[in-house]
Design a protein around this ligand. Sequence first.
Ligand code: HEC
Length: 108
Amino acid sequence: MQFVTRPLVGLTLLCLVPLAVQAQQDGGISNEAAANMARNCFACHGPQGRSPGTIPSLHQHSADKIVALMKGFKSGDEPSTVMGRHAKGYSEPEIEAIARYIAGLNKR
Ligand code: HEC
């Protein structure tokens, strides 16, 4: 029986590798947590990041673009009125999770 189970165990472990890598990239932040944080953004940037007013929309941006802008706001390289203070409240893994969540909404 061992000759059957061994490869199965190996295969199962191999299948877990992408999951582990994914969890690491997310900094352990679940999609639900990202969705909750993104709700704060939508208060100003409109539902799903589609702003009805003068605040820029987010829905047209890629995740990478949102991350780059947020890091710029955080460091002060990107000039802002409110976003600098806002971005400082989030860690980099949180920013990346929020950005992926917002960018992912627009693929649906
Ligand atoms: C209090 C309202 C408010 C909240 C909440 C808010 N933003 Fe903003 N955001 C703004 C304003 C206003 C700007 C324009 C830059 C500035 O003046 O700070 C902006 C600009 C941006 C930009 C640049 C868009 C562009 O095209 O230039 C990004 C990206 C962004 N916000 C992401 C976020 C994310 C992600 C969140 C949630 C974590 C968030 N914002 C929460 C008001 C807000």
